[in-house]
Design a protein around this ligand. Structure first.
Ligand SMILES: [Zn+2]
Length: 190
């Protein structure tokens, strides 16, 4: 168990994870993001707090919460493991996340994602995040674009430029969906 995490079974305190979508809307400069993710541990906590990684893992066979185990040989440095001695099933902390199939470090993926949301050219997203193969850069560019498009289609009745009122509630303004809306919305939904 790594004592730097919240508990043996949770990466961060569940109370710090926003429940409302509007509370996940945040502005991060690249510099502040870098400062907040200086270590792998910082990065894991940052991502768990923003629902980019699951905060806990349940062993389906035993119906028990897995615990955090050091796994220094692996990029993420920790892994989930079932506490049942007869089971000991393991799962990557990326399990079930969009990052589960990637070999890149979480901080690299997070940096790339942030640069993409800032509308940097893909080559610059690649450079700022530490470098990756061109086909990997293309894969992640298409991935984020596809996810945003899926979300926009699923929420098509509410699509508009989102603004926040004084109580930080989302105030959607309905607008007609067309190509230009998709482009505006990409900028709106960081
Ligand atoms: Zn188990």
């Amino acid at each position: 168990m790594d004592t730097n995490y919240y508990s043996p079974t949770h990466l961060v305190d569940p109370a710090v994870i926003p429940q409302q979508p509007q509370d996940l809307i945040q502005e991060w400069s690249l510099r502040n993001l870098t400062l907040a993710t200086m270590t792998t541990e910082d990065t894991v906590k940052f991502m768990a707090q923003r629902k980019l990684l699951a905060n806990s893992s349940t062993c389906e066979a035993c119906n028990r919460l897995r615990t955090i185990h050091q796994n220094p040989a692996k990029t993420d440095t920790i892994i989930w493991e079932c506490p049942n001695r007869q089971c000991r099933s393991r799962k990557s902390i990326r399990g079930g996340s969009i990052f589960s199939e990637s070999q890149l470090s979480l901080v690299q993926l997070l940096t790339f994602m942030s640069c993409w949301a800032e509308e940097y050219p893909l080559s610059q997203c690649n450079k700022e995040s530490g470098g990756m193969a061109e086909h990997t850069q293309t894969h992640w560019g298409l991935m984020w674009r596809g996810l945003c498009e899926d979300w926009l289609i699923a929420h098509s009745s509410q699509i508009g430029r989102i603004t926040l009122d004084n109580n930080h509630n989302i105030v959607p303004k309905i607008m007609e969906i067309d190509e230009s809306c998709y482009m505006k919305s990409k900028r709106s939904y960081h």
